[in-house]
Design a protein around this ligand. Structure first.
Ligand code: ATP
Ligand code: MG
Length: 330
């Protein structure tokens, strides 16, 4: 049996090149080697308020983008988190073995809580639900961006704690980061990671941005006052542009150094913009094809749920038995 991988994206806004380079691109590369499950994690999205009609549309859009970037439904299962009740069921059981102090330490919780007037409990519980998403499928590998490293460490702590309290139950999930592009920064502020939920038209390049919009955003991105690229010691904005270029083109380090050392920022930006436009063009083309085929996305999501549901039910039953909860048939 192949090892399982699980990873997900929240349908909380427009998917951007950070999501692609940090997560989706990696998924496409490794999907064939594993039993691969990719989630549209809508229950995570509602940890901050979402407009219902928009959320519904974003779930569909996210699914279409998974397919458009190359997730193959013959190799991978694409599932909407809320269509499988076992995610929340297991999350509760794991909540009961998780100390609150572990959750209060999470960097993302602290950052997102700061932006809210009232902090929903869901924001604090988010990493437990994420641990449940992973452990529900006994995933051995979780391909994510760098910002999720801390949540993955927590997931392992929860798994370990459960195993020591109730006996060996969960596989330890390993974090799998891309070598280049694990943390893409905001174009407007290279000290902050690029995020779907960050406002500002110059912040992120969305996967569905038109070529002229992509060019404009990259040409206006924040750099520094140096005249050209100091390859050994670039400022945060220039480093980010170089990373974006390298992640899309997969150029080796020495070619990058030779090509970009000393280059004027205007030229650097033009080349980065063209690389991004060229990489996203076929994705956008496939996206248009996929979304114009009636019923296709719904079918993929139904198939995905049907395929993984037995894994999810199995795990929940095992956990219920381990904890002494009621199971049909004892
Ligand atoms: P939100 O602002 O709603 O949290 P997000 O952009 O952080 O949105 P998520 O849905 O939380 O996106 O994360 C989906 C995947 O994309 C995760 O694997 C995450 O690690 C990865 N990811 C998110 N932002 C970046 C980034 N800037 N660079 C690289 N990977 C990223
Ligand atoms: Mg996020």
């Amino acid at each position: 049996m192949k090892a399982r991988i699980f990873s997900g994206v929240q349908p909380s806004g427009n998917l951007h090149i950070g999501n692609y380079l940090g997560a989706l691109k990696n998924w496409v590369e490794i999907q064939g080697g594993y039993e691969s499950i990719f989630g549209i994690v809508d229950l995570h999205a509602i940890t901050v308020h979402q407009d219902p009609a928009e959320l519904r549309a974003k779930i569909r859009e996210t699914a279409a983008l998974f397919l458009a970037v190359g997730i193959d439904p013959k190799l991978s299962s694409i599932v909407v988190q809320s269509s499988l009740p076992e995610h929340t069921e297991l999350a509760w059981m794991l909540t009961c073995v998780t100390p609150v102090g572990w959750l209060e330490r999470m960097t993302q919780y602290k950052a997102k809580a700061q932006e809210q007037e009232t902090i929903g409990d869901g924001l604090l519980q988010y990493p437990v639900l994420m641990a449940a998403d992973i452990m529900l499928y006994q995933a051995a590998i979780v391909p994510v961006g760098e910002d999720q490293k801390q949540h993955l460490e927590l997931a392992r702590d929860i798994a370990q704690r459960f195993n020591s309290m109730y006996g060996e139950t969960f596989t330890m999930p390993a974090t799998h980061l891309p070598l280049v592009g694990a943390r893409i920064m905001g174009l407007d502020d290279p000290e902050k990671k690029m995020s779907k939920s960050t406002a500002g038209s110059g912040h992120a390049v969305s996967l569905l941005d038109a070529p002229e919009v992509i060019r404009k955003k990259i040409m206006r991105s924040t750099t520094d006052s140096n005249p050209g690229v100091d390859f050994e010691n670039p400022g945060a904005g220039v480093r980010n542009l170089l990373t974006i270029f390298q992640a899309f083109t997969e150029w080796p380090d020495d070619r990058m150094r030779q090509h970009f050392s000393g280059m004027r920022y205007g030229d650097l930006k033009k080349q980065v913009a063209e690389a991004v436009v060229a990489a996203l063009e076929p994705v956008q083309q496939r996206y248009r094809e996929i979304t114009s085929e009636p019923g296709y996305i719904a079918g993929v999501l139904e198939d995905g749920a049907r395929k993984v549901s037995p894994f999810a039910k199995d795990t929940v039953n095992i956990v219920k038995r381990a904890m002494g909860l009621f199971t049909a048939g004892g």
